[in-house]
Design a protein around this ligand. Structure first.
Ligand SMILES: [Zn+2]
Length: 251
């Protein structure tokens, strides 16, 4: 019985290790999520700025076209002015020339403002481009470093699964069934007893049961939590937290 207990404990240790490594391998990629979020946010701001710039640029082009037309109209008004035959024609043409000049100068002022705002937006854009690029490089490097870490973890996980399967192979089928059902119900199946207290549920065992455990002739279950129990001092394995012994089990 002692041997089966040792095998069950080895199985439990290797099961814990598989579970821990599995959780670590699952959680690792999520560690870069904050960096990914920062990058997406910055990229979003950049897209907004770029959209504004495009809008400005198309407005500026429209204004430039109108300016060109107005300059043509000014030329034709100046032609009329020169060709005016009397004072009425002359003053009408003169007013037209003045109006065109005024509207051209107004539009030029507007255009200058828009051009200035475009170039300041351009400045913001290039500094943000640099930020995004730096962050992207950081993410790429972190992902590369993480890929190595993840590969290492997955290698360890594969090894741990091999060790776990080997440990399962040592346990008798009937005990495996009980073990698996206890893991399903209680999280883990084998609990030590220290000073007469089950460490699985912290119940003090009946003294008689504690005496039976001392004989090490049978595997008993805790009356409260149902876990398979053993007296810790009689079976002190380097099991807790340490790597599962895969070869030459102590029996
Ligand atoms: Zn218990």
């Amino acid at each position: 019985m002692r041997e089966q207990l040792v095998f069950l404990l080895q199985l439990q240790t290797s099961d814990v290790r598989v579970r821990e490594l599995d959780a670590a391998a699952t959680q690792l990629p999520a560690k870069l999520d904050p960096l990914r979020r920062d990058l997406a946010k910055l990229q979003g701001m950049l897209d907004v700025e770029r959209g504004k710039l495009t809008e400005n640029e198309s407005w500026r082009k429209g204004q430039q076209d109108m300016l060109d037309r107005e300059r043509e109209l000014l030329r034709s008004a100046q032609g009329k002015f020169q060709a005016s035959k009397n004072s009425r024609e002359w003053s009408a043409a003169s007013r037209e020339v003045d109006n065109k000049k005024k509207s051209i100068s107004d539009r030029e002022v507007e255009l200058k403002k828009v051009s200035e705002s475009s170039s300041s937006t351009q400045g913001v854009l290039s500094s943000r481009d640099a930020d995004v690029e730096a962050l992207r490089t950081q993410l790429t490097e972190s992902e590369a470093a993480m890929a190595d870490q993840l590969a290492e973890l997955q290698g360890k996980l594969a090894d741990a699964k091999v060790a776990r399967d080997a440990a399962r192979g040592q346990v008798e089928k009937s005990w495996l069934k009980i073990y698996d059902s206890l893991v399903g119900k209680r999280g883990y199946a084998v609990a030590p007893v220290i000073k007469g207290v089950c460490q699985g549920c912290h119940m003090a065992l009946p003294p008689q049961l504690n005496n039976i455990l001392a004989r090490m002739q049978s595997i008993e279950t805790c009356p409260r939590c149902g876990r398979l129990i053993y007296r810790k001092e009689l079976l002190d394995l380097p099991a807790d937290g340490a790597a599962p012994p895969t070869d030459t089990p102590a029996s």
